[in-house]
Design a protein around this ligand. Structure first.
Ligand SMILES: *Cc1c(COP(=O)(O)O)cnc(C)c1O
Length: 227
């Protein structure tokens, strides 16, 4: 196994999942999650055609951005962002996947030099160890963002519980999709909410079946390449 073979496997899995769900391949964006991986491996993914990359630490983001071409990559920030780090991160990324509290929204709005595409993170199953707003908090939170011109809610994001059964997993993704459509139906100019960021290496085919438009795939690209 190497990265190129892993890529082919991911691509054929994505294609098969799209086909089975009657969806177009171009409606699903694979984000390569490169946190903790060396820049050379990220460069290989770039050579293989990937243009969406995600990091979850400022240091990792800076390192990879320095090493890779600047013109045509969309950088995503996933995972918890401390309020005090917002000003260093927010103007370096195209998408932020972890908007989950008013203080963070306020800081992003103040520090962003232009509107930032944000996913509101929802803890669909209410699992206590996870970040994200509960299902009932999400809509009021999104409505409270109206006064923040630098925040565009492009969609909702979730992480499924690690120990979820297949049935629970599917339900989790279904519920996020329904919530996304409910927010979209509100027709809020600052929250088009057309996207869902869901599915990781373990479960992205299920997420695609349930309507994911962005899947966040990390370890599947790097399996058995770490010495
Ligand atoms: C690490 C991470 C991923 C990717 O996980 P894999 O299991 O390696 O595919 C996706 N989303 C978030 C928020 C992550 O932190």
């Amino acid at each position: 196994m190497n990265i190129e073979q892993n890529c082919r496997k991911v691509e054929s899995t994505v294609e098969a999942a799209c086909l089975a769900a009657g969806r177009k391949r171009e409606d699903v964006t694979v984000i390569a999650v490169t946190k903790t991986k060396p820049a050379e491996q990220v460069e290989e993914l770039y050579r293989l055609g990937y243009r969406h990359f995600a990091e979850n630490r400022l240091e990792g983001l800076l390192e990879k951005q320095e090493a890779l071409p600047q013109e045509d990559i969309s950088w995503h920030y996933i995972g918890t962002l401390q309020t005090r780090k917002v000003k260093q991160v927010i103007n370096r990324i195209a998408y932020f996947h972890a908007l989950d509290r008013p203080s963070l929204a306020k800081e992003i709005n103040e520090r962003a030099e232009q509107p930032v595409s944000c996913f509101v993170q929802v803890n669909v199953t209410g699992e206590s160890s996870k970040h994200g707003l509960s299902a009932s908090e999400a809509v009021p939170f999104i409505q409270s963002l109206e006064s923040f011109p630098n925040i565009i809610v492009v969609g909702l994001m979730t992480m499924a519980p690690i120990d979820a059964t297949d049935v629970e997993l599917r339900q989790c993704f279904k519920d996020l999709k329904i919530m996304q459509e409910q927010v979209a139906a509100l027709n809020l100019a600052y929250a088009p909410c057309t996207e869902t960021s869901m599915g990781m290496s373990q479960d992205y085919p299920v997420a695609i079946a349930e309507g994911a438009t962005f899947v966040r795939v990390g370890s599947a690209f790097f399996a058995e390449t770490e010495a």
